[in-house]
Design a protein around this ligand. Structure first.
Ligand code: PBG
Length: 326
């Protein structure tokens, strides 16, 4: 059967009919809201390359958690900018570290109402800006695992609901699972940043988190943009090491990886709609070149349609505004 018996436009005629047939519905509860907490400031500091976003002092984190809940968003992802950086990442696992303090504030204010997720990495805490311990100019894999385990445990002790290792060290999920279990935190889930590509889209984040590497780049640990099979292998390894959810990052240039992951594995898939993807939308919208709400919805619907169950996005901040866009 074909035209004129078949007319595809018959089912597109009214808003109600289009809505009725909609297969992909964005929900604020599927969004994760990133927060940058800075130990060294008293007032919010705007992040220039991320319009609408600021680094916040610990004292203001609970207000931000409330903002997330008001948008219908149920979870936040914490990134810390410590007052002091060194070559051992010490402040990443300090009892009174910036993320640990922020976690306590959020859990005190919202208890089980808000899911608090901690990024487990060292780049923001290292004077050299790399995601692991460095010796003779090389990022050391196995020595870093022990430190990542300590970071995860110290976050769990502060009340963190989920830990999300993003350092891209081999074996990090298994090491963190073991460290958490040994410390009695066998109920704390892990979201593994499994397929994390070395990307130009992280630029604004590195300004926000002051985590640009002082020498070299992250290509010896983050994935190379042309690889596809390798992503599936990374994900499989992480699931075998105990990951409860896996992540693909960035999202937009890697929708094929999200779709493949969804078709291959039966764990929840998280996609990270990263800083540069947010900044591009903001910049074009500020120039009047695109309509921000329409484009934001379209981008996040596309990420979900490709197979993501959850999306980490800076657009979560005003989810209500663009979700209600007709
Ligand atoms: C830490 C980390 C990065 C991002 C999340 N966790 C930066 C990086 O790998 O350089 C980037 C997130 C974003 O761009 O929004 N390793």
């Amino acid at each position: 059967m074909s035209f004129p018996t078949v007319r595809m436009r018959r089912l597109r005629r009214t808003v109600a009919m289009r809505d009725m047939l909609n297969q992909v519905n964005l929900q604020p509860s599927n969004l994760i809201y990133p927060i940058f907490v800075d130990e060294g400031i008293k007032k919010p500091v705007a992040i220039e390359s991320m319009p609408g976003y600021s680094r916040l002092p610990v004292a203001q984190v609970a207000a931000e958690g409330k903002q997330a809940l008001e948008q219908g968003v149920k979870s936040v992802l914490l990134f810390g900018i410590p007052a002091k950086k060194d070559e051992a990442g010490t402040s990443a696992f300090a009892k009174d570290g910036v993320v640990q303090k922020a976690t306590r504030e959020l859990k005190k204010a919202f208890k089980e109402e808000l899911v608090v997720i901690g990024d487990v990495c060292l780049c923001e805490y290292m004077s050299h800006g790399h995601c692991g311990l460095v010796k003779d100019g090389e990022v050391q894999n196995d020595q870093t695992l022990e430190v990542l385990g300590k970071v995860a445990v110290s976050q769990a002790e502060a009340g963190m609901d989920i830990v999300a290792p993003s350092a891209m060290m081999d074996g990090q999920v298994g090491a963190i699972r073991e460290a958490l279990d040994d410390a009695g935190f066998e109920q704390v889930p892990i979201i593994a940043y499994s397929a994390k590509y070395a990307s130009g889209f992280y630029g604004p984040f590195r300004e926000a988190a002051e985590s640009t590497p002082k020498f070299g780049n992250r290509r010896s640990y983050q994935m190379s943009q042309g690889s596809q099979q390798e992503a599936l292998r990374e994900i499989e390894l992480d699931i075998n090491e105990g990951a409860d959810m896996i992540m693909v990052k960035p999202a937009l240039a890697y929708l094929d990886i999200i779709a493949l992951a969804k078709a291959t594995f039966n764990v929840p898939i998280v996609a990270y709609n990263v800083s540069g993807e947010y900044s591009m939308v903001k910049a074009a919208a500020q120039n009047g070149w695109i309509d921000e709400k329409t484009v934001t919805r379209e981008i996040l619907t596309g990420i979900k349609r490709s197979g993501a169950d959850l999306i980490i996005t800076y657009h979560a901040k005003d989810a209500k505004v663009w979700l209600n866009q007709p």
